[in-house]
Design a protein around this ligand. Structure first.
Ligand SMILES: *Cc1c(COP(=O)(O)O)cnc(C)c1O
Length: 442
């Protein structure tokens, strides 16, 4: 019998089996050189920034695009453009990155969470209406890990209650719902350009809308709320609303444009890698690969698997089983480990409500009127159960291809063929996870 690496055997994978993301090509060098040669490094209407906005609007099929310094900035700008403010509630999914919720606090509004669908891990539309109150202003569905959220029922509910829909598509560049780009269904779509994401500018963000008023308002928010004279095109240095400094720059914009030339091709590799893994891993009892409905295009920003001890024929508590399997896989040299370890509402920020120091603000605005906000994780059992049982299989991005996927599958087979050994090492001091360098970070 093969000996698991966690038990002193030989690891199945080497770090050199993994190739890093993003892929830098001659297009990146060419466009970056263009910026350096031009001498223009910044400006709200600078050539790379303007070209990126035109190209992303065209790519997604939206009328307007504004580039920002981060995805978080784009989300905050979106809420500000929609006029969300103190006392308003903003609904998002319980399983997401913090920024989907903290953007509401940045606008002095109160995040409210909805549990997720157990198959897609996106906001469960069946649980959305129960979270709406007369204070709700906006819904932020999240296209989680590259999987489009269920747009139709969410939009229908939003329309009925006259709510803004801001799509957090920060993880889903190029993903389609019923043939149409995510980010174009609601009032505003937001994307991140950080180094991990399918479309990478180092850092940065993209904001899209079909609504001219929202675009104009967001443009104001992006640059201090400062009005620009319509005739001279000069800044008036007269802020008409509260704004921020959320502009992008020429170098990240140029990098993003070069990366955009390769987005579809790179997404195709992610999908092929993911489909291969799904086909093979679903044959292993106790491994649950991700699900994608037939009318959606999932772009696999991340590749999740869940573990089910019962299906694996093991009598073990699910969370402990995941930890044991994760450690054994990691010791085999696989880059594997959790991303979010908690549903977002379970994070300390929401448990302590220390948004702006010890004031309890912005929750206190409504709590003073007798309204209570309870972020008890028990309200999000699906998100909690996902967090107990999932892990991320890193390295499904290009230039990694089938050779690495085959090794990953072989490693799963090895560990699942020796579950008793893996479980015996469940308490070993091992910290599974990815490798920042894999994603162009240090
Ligand atoms: C990455 C991400 C963001 C924030 O993007 P930044 O560019 O890092 O600010 C927001 N929401 C989700 C779901 C993300 O994954």
């Amino acid at each position: 019998m093969t000996q698991l690496a966690i038990d002193g055997g030989q690891p199945e994978l080497k770090r050199t089996d993994y190739k890093n993301w993003p892929i830098i090509t001659r297009d990146d060098r060419r466009l970056i050189k263009q910026v350096l040669d031009s001498g223009i490094v910044a400006g709200g209407t600078a050539p790379q920034v303007k070209a990126l906005e035109t190209e992303w609007a065209a790519y997604t099929g939206s009328k307007y695009c504004l580039t920002t310094c981060s995805g978080t900035a784009a989300l905050h700008m979106a809420l500000a453009a929609c006029g969300v403010g103190p006392g308003d509630e903003v609904i998002t999914a319980a399983f997401t990155f913090l920024a989907s919720a903290s953007c509401a606090i940045h606008q002095n509004a109160i995040p409210v969470f909805v549990d997720i669908d157990p198959r897609t891990y996106c906001m469960d539309p069946a649980k959305l209406e129960a979270a709406i109150t007369e204070r709700t202003k906006a819904i932020i569905p999240v296209d989680i890990q590259g999987m489009p959220s269920d747009k139709d029922p969410i939009l229908q509910i939003a329309k009925k209650h006259k709510l803004f829909v801001i799509e957090d598509a920060c993880q889903a560049h190029g993903a389609l719902y019923k043939g149409k780009h995510v980010g174009t269904f609601g009032d505003i779509g937001c994307f991140s350009l950080n180094n991990f994401k399918n479309l990478c500018g180092g850092e940065g963000g993209l904001f899209i809308t079909n609504d001219e008023n929202l675009m104009k308002k967001a443009a104001l928010v992006r640059c201090f709320g400062d009005e620009v004279d319509e005739v001279s095109h000069r800044r008036k240095y007269n802020a008409s609303i509260l704004g921020y400094m959320y502009r992008n720059q020429e170098l990240p914009a140029a990098l993003t444009r070069a990366q955009l030339m390769h987005l579809d091709k790179n997404n195709k590799v992610r999908i092929a890698n993911a489909n291969y893994l799904t086909r093979e891993l679903r044959k292993i009892p106790g491994v649950i690969p991700p699900y994608c409905p037939p009318d959606c295009k999932h772009v696999y920003f991340m590749y999740n698997v869940r573990f089910d001890p019962k299906a694996a024929g093991v009598n073990c508590e699910p969370r402990r089983f995941r930890i044991a399997v994760e450690k054994a896989l990691f010791k085999e040299g696989m880059l594997v480990g959790q991303w979010q370890t908690l549903p977002v509402p379970a994070q300390d920020l929401f448990q302590s409500k220390l948004g702006y120091g010890a004031t309890g603000y912005p929750w206190s605005v409504n709590e003073a009127k007798g309204i209570t906000y309870n972020y008890d994780p028990c309200q999000f059992p699906v998100a909690q159960s996902l967090c107990d049982t999932y892990t991320v299989v890193h390295g499904i991005h290009p230039p990694n291809r089938k050779a690495l996927m085959q090794k990953i599958v072989g490693t799963f087979q090895k560990v699942f063929g020796n579950l008793d050994v893996a479980l015996a090492h469940a308490d070993d001091v091992i910290y599974p996870g990815g490798d920042a360098k894999l994603y162009g970070a240090s």
